[in-house]
Design a protein around this ligand. Structure first.
Ligand code: ADP
Ligand code: ADP
Length: 225
């Protein structure tokens, strides 16, 4: 069941060709990882998917419909950023509730959804905490809760674990994988860490210099010389 399809997607920034003829199909409910060195175009793919920037050429389909021109707020796609991007002056509950409150969702529904999202990231009971009181790992969990609270169909994760220490990173890899399976939605995860990609993914896209060099499950990728 294809949810996202890129056909011949190019992205140019001035003289830089950030993406060169990218083609891929993502299936519903799978954990995908874009793996490659800094500057290879991973974030650019996420930004196009999220609607933060447009492709220079090619088509992007969401469930069979072209979405090149669909604005960011009309897509059922959310992003978890590397630096969390939380609101420091709001507590945990209000950070997670922010998007729902903007859409004038009923108080009772917000309450239910936020508590469920906090439960899923193992932060039950943290609603009243200030962001500044939280560890890096806890802040990242809040960012994830905020991104899943309005039930997106696709979650984009841009190196979300890179600021965490090694031990917590390994733990969060397991938790993210479990969360993806529990939600049953498509994750597109970006990393330059091969171990991380192998540990978490159903399928890995190995990128370099704006191209996808290889695509396969972790066993395929690991066996490659
Ligand atoms: P990655 O996420 O793999 O580190 P990016 O997608 O951020 O790679 O960048 C791909 C290429 O496009 C890099 O050469 C980068 O410098 C360039 N690039 C990204 N964003 C911009 C921008 N807004 N303006 C100009 N060049 C950009
Ligand atoms: P990452 O490595 O996580 O992709 P970057 O630090 O490369 O993040 O990019 C952060 C922001 O700067 C993005 O919005 C990206 O589009 C922009 N950017 C990246 N490279 C360039 C560049 N060469 N010129 C202008 N903007 C850039």
């Amino acid at each position: 069941n294809t949810i996202i399809k890129f056909s011949g997607v190019n992205k140019r920034y001035g003289e830089t060709m950030a993406l060169k003829q990218i083609d891929f199909e993502l299936e519903q409910g799978k954990f995908y990882t874009l793996l490659g060195p800094s500057g290879c175009g991973k974030t650019t793919i996420l930004r196009i998917l999220a609607g933060f920037t447009d492709a220079s050429a090619g088509t992007i389909e969401f469930k069979g419909k072209k979405i090149n021109d669909l604005p960011a707020n009309k897509r059922k796609v959310n992003t978890v950023f590397q630096d969390y991007a939380l609101f420091p002056h709001l507590n945990v509950f209000d950070n997670v509730a922010f998007g729902l409150a903007l859409k004038k969702t009923a108080k009772k529904v917000i309450q239910e959804k936020v508590l469920e999202a906090l439960r899923l990231v193992q932060l039950s009971g943290f609603g009243d905490r200030e962001i500044s009181e939280l560890s890096g790992g806890q802040q990242q969990r809040v960012a994830i809760a905020r991104a899943i609270v309005n039930e997106p169909e696709v979650l984009l994760l841009d190196e979300p674990l890179s600021a965490l220490d090694a031990k917590l990173r390994t733990q969060m890899q397991v938790e993210l994988r479990q969360l993806q399976q529990r939600l049953g939605i498509t994750f597109v995860f970006v990393t330059h860490d091969q171990g991380e990609a192998l540990a978490m993914s159903d399928e890995i896209f190995v990128m370099n210099d704006g191209e996808i060099l290889q695509q396969g499950d972790p066993v395929d990728i690991y066996d490659e010389p």
